[in-house]
Ligand binder design. Structure first.
Ligand code: PHE
Length: 353
């Protein structure tokens, strides 16, 4: 230790008066520090655990001429520096807390932010309404594949080999000979192949035809229905359809059956409902006829029943089909069918509720 006296770091041992001036200078430097980083560097400079000015000064006591006076002045210095650091620390913490609160301040008078809510697509909405009505009439919902074969989509439904619908002109064919179903009637075929009457099903789903204009899209939606049991007559068909349209549309809606033709029903009809706009007196929407065409229907052709392994001498049935997109377009006054499939949020907002 012999060398210490001559090689003291920082030069000569400060006098008590110098220590006192040092304390005053440290106090004002600490009090003037502007932020946390400045405070931290002064803390390290003075009170750092490994090397700090207080530590260094304390080591000089051994060399002081008057150890008692030096010790007292040093202790003063030490507690003044520590107190100054603690005081400034608290002041800075106060400022930091105030800044945090200011940043987090909410304007409680602002209106709340509403969560964005979705809504049902018009076609989904109509499909659910129709499913609900037929569930109430004892029907269940059946679904099937969108890719079908000729047999299920056409042959078993009694379409002759040269029927125009079997042409690629009207039907979207796949390279392997299968096709995109042109109606949901194949789901009725699948149902009849799978089980015996009594059968009451509705078959909602997407269907595809090689068709494209304002009122037709190559993909659209249908619901078809099938009822097969003993003793089913045209009266059951008419009663069921009347009950259905009076629930889906206005309660005083009337229906009219016009003779028509489908390969799979005999007799067949088109079903009109009294115009929902004018009530039947005639307006531009119904082309002044008072009627709107919405359904195809008929008594299931006995050959179709036989094709599916159901005895036509014992059972009879009716079937019907309607386009969901048409109903949605009528209900919401949508002129172009493509608006339904463009995913424009404005359309959904308009039909909400
Ligand atoms: N399958 C027919 C179509 O898509 C609709 C229909 C179903 C007609 C049942 C009569 C009976 O056009």
């Amino acid at each position: 230790m012999g060398g210490e006296g001559t090689t003291t770091q920082g030069g000569a041992v400060p006098t008590p008066e110098e220590l006192e001036r040092l304390a005053a200078a440290a106090e004002s430097a600490i009090a003037a520090v502007a932020d946390r980083a400045g405070w931290e560097s002064l803390r390290v400079e003075w009170a750092g655990a490994r090397q700090g000015r207080l530590r260094d000064l304390q080591a000089l006591i051994r060399l002081a001429p008057d150890k008692r006076a030096f010790g007292q002045a040093f202790n003063q210095l030490k507690s003044r520096v520590e107190a100054a650091l603690a005081r400034r620390d608290e002041e800075l913490a106060d400022g930091e807390r105030a800044a945090r609160l200011a940043a987090a301040r909410e304007d409680v008078t602002l209106p709340g932010r509403r969560p964005a809510t979705g809504s049902l697509h018009p076609v989904t909405h109509v499909a659910r309404q129709i499913e609900e009505i037929f569930r109430g009439l004892g029907y269940s919902v059946a679904e099937g594949p969108e890719v079908e074969d000729d047999r299920t989509n056409f042959a078993l439904l009694n379409f002759p080999d040269d029927h125009p619908a079997r042409d690629a002109q009207d039907t979207l064919m796949l390279a392997d000979g299968r096709l995109l179903r042109t109606h949901t009637s194949p789901v009725q075929i699948r149902t009849m192949l799978a089980r015996q009457p009594p059968i009451r099903v509705i078959c909602p789903g997407r269907v595809f035809r090689n068709d494209n204009d304002l009122r037709h899209s190559p993909m659209f939606h249908q619901v078809e229905g099938l009822c097969v049991a003993e003793g089913i007559t045209v009266g059951d068909l008419k009663g069921t359809l009347l009950a259905f349209v009076q629930r889906l549309f206005a309660a005083d809606t009337r229906i009219r059956l016009r003779p028509s033709f489908f390969p799979f029903t005999e007799p067949s009809c088109e079903v009109d409902i009294s115009c929902q706009l004018c009530g039947g007196s005639g307006c531009p929407t119904c082309s002044l006829t008072g009627w709107m065409e919405i359904l195809g229907a008929g008594m299931v052709d006995p050959r179709v029943l036989a094709n599916c392994g159901i005895d036509p001498d014992r059972y009879s049935g009716f079937a019907f089909g309607l386009g969901l997109d048409r109903v949605a377009m009528n209900n919401w006054g949508i002129p172009n069918i493509r608006s339904l499939f463009e995913s424009d949020e404005r359309l959904l907002r308009q039909v909400r509720g």
